[in-house]
Write a protein that binds this ligand. Structure first.
Ligand code: GLN
Length: 449
């Protein structure tokens, strides 16, 4: 598949043929169920869009039944930005319902297959975006990452996925899951494309009150893989990973050292606290954000009801899937009076400790290298227990809690031929270093697709 960098250089006349080619390829691989629909808007270089980002005139559903029939009345800021850069939305990417999940199994449109093994998940929640790019049926895609939803599917499908610093990319027009954690980011075939797409979508937006009004210097034109960096590895983290992930980790450390970077060893509190804090904060915010889907304002509305309360109840009971309901219940519980201090407030305090701990490590390092997921892509149904699925987010969610930028890069394949990705985590708003390190690592490991 042509890279984003190459596609952006094509003369206008060739783009129509490119769009046609991608449509044909996507149709040929309809078995993957990566695309919910092959909608098109505009005539630029085609970019796949996760089904929770508003594209004017498209039916945007966050892969939920409750949003069936809803038509987006406006473009998200990122859509305005990609259009200004010569790209156009092309296709709605499958995802976990409301971005809640790590496997894309909870989509109302059915599961997406991993392009490397049809019995395995593509990861989630941006599984459609990752599978399409990994299968060579999309040039690049936009995803969203609340607790790993860009990085983990990227790692499972053998592509690059990047979560920017919280506040770097406007969330205006992104269907809100957990507003203090959500970020939109690029999912691409390589690091350079990720930098290009990141530059296109980044920047302050007054329509998003959490958008950061900080100076922005484009990264793609300044990429420098020759900078010598100090990379921290968290020794106690890796112990819980599978042997495939440990092996990729060893490969990456060796490659980084050979490329002239310095490795320093650290320890962090890690998963136990990250998971507890995340699944309180994310569900609390989700329960509030999803209260707007009441059958009155958006999408599906239940029929045969006698009064307003019944309309709400029936619409929400019929419209939301099991995992979404579980999270609304969890979130309502942790916010309820009597439990607020014990859960929500405490989780916010833990969040601060997590952030402080990262800052401590960053006193001695430019980047942190860590696994993205404990294992390569797992099989469908393997994580039937929700708690087990939550535990698989161990390596990604702390980064969202701390608001840091991170990029997932494919490092090597397992004996079974499954991609294993690792992430480089950077300091707040230091995306330049994240991309510089990522480009160096990408070259050093020379992953073969
Ligand atoms: N797996 C995590 C969750 O279910 C992260 C999802 C995401 O980043 N959107 O919440």
């Amino acid at each position: 598949m042509i890279t984003l960098k190459e596609a952006l250089k094509l003369p206008k006349e060739e783009i129509a043929a490119l769009r046609e080619d991608i449509r044909r390829k996507a149709e040929e691989r309809s078995d993957l169920n990566a695309y919910i629909a092959l909608d098109e808007a505009g005539e630029g270089v085609p970019l796949l869009i996760k089904d929770n980002i508003q594209v004017k005139g498209w039916s945007i559903t966050a892969a939920s039944k409750i949003l069936q029939g809803y038509v987006a009345p406006y473009n998200a800021t990122v859509i305005e930005k990609i259009e200004a850069a010569g790209l156009s939305p092309f296709g709605r990417a499958n995802m976990d319902e409301f971005a809640m999940g790590s496997s894309t199994e909870s989509s109302f449109y059915g599961k997406t297959l991993n392009p490397h093994d049809p019995e395995r998940v593509p990861g989630g929640s941006s599984g459609g975006s990752a599978a399409a790019v990994g299968a060579g049926v999309a040039i690049a895609a936009l995803g969203s990452d609340t607790g790993g939803s860009i990085r983990q599917p990227a790692a499972f499908c053998g592509i690059v996925g990047m979560k920017p610093t919280y506040g770097r990319v406007s969330r205006w027009g992104l269907g809100a899951y957990s507003s203090s954690l959500d970020q939109i980011g690029p999912m691409t075939q390589n690091v350079e494309d990720a930098a290009i797409l990141y530059d296109i979508i980044s920047g302050y937006d007054r329509r998003d009150s959490t958008s950061a009004d900080v100076e922005y210097t484009p990264v793609a034109d300044n990429l420098n893989p020759d900078r010598k960096l100090t990379v921290a590895v968290i020794d106690n983290y890796i112990k819980d990973a599978s042997k495939e992930v440990q092996s990729a980790y060893d490969t990456a450390i060796k490659a980084l050292e050979e490329a002239g970077h310095k490795i320093v060893h650290k320890e962090m509190m890690g998963a136990k606290y990250d998971i507890a804090a995340y699944y309180i904060i994310a569900t609390a915010e989700a329960s509030a954000n999803l209260s707007r889907y009441d059958g009155i304002r958006y999408g599906n509305r239940a029929e045969d009801v006698d009064n307003l309360k019944e309309l709400y109840l029936k619409t929400r009971s019929e419209g939301f899937g099991e995992e979404v309901k579980r999270r609304i219940l969890l979130g309502s519980f942790v916010l309820s009076s009597g439990y607020y201090d014990a859960y929500y407030l405490k989780a916010q305090k833990v969040r601060h400790l997590i952030k402080d701990e990262f800052e401590e490590v960053f006193k001695d390092a430019d980047l942190i290298l860590s696994p993205v997921a404990p294992t390569p892509a797992f099989k469908f149904g393997e994580m039937a227990d929700p708690l087990q699925m939550y535990l698989s987010d161990a390596y990604t969610i702390g980064i969202n809690l701390a608001g840091l930028p991170a990029i997932s890069i494919p490092v090597q394949k397992s004996a079974e031929g499954l991609p294993v990705g690792l992430q480089l985590i950077g300091k707040h708003f230091d995306e330049q270093t994240v991309f510089d390190g990522a480009l160096s690592l990408e070259r050093a490991v020379a992953y073969e697709k």
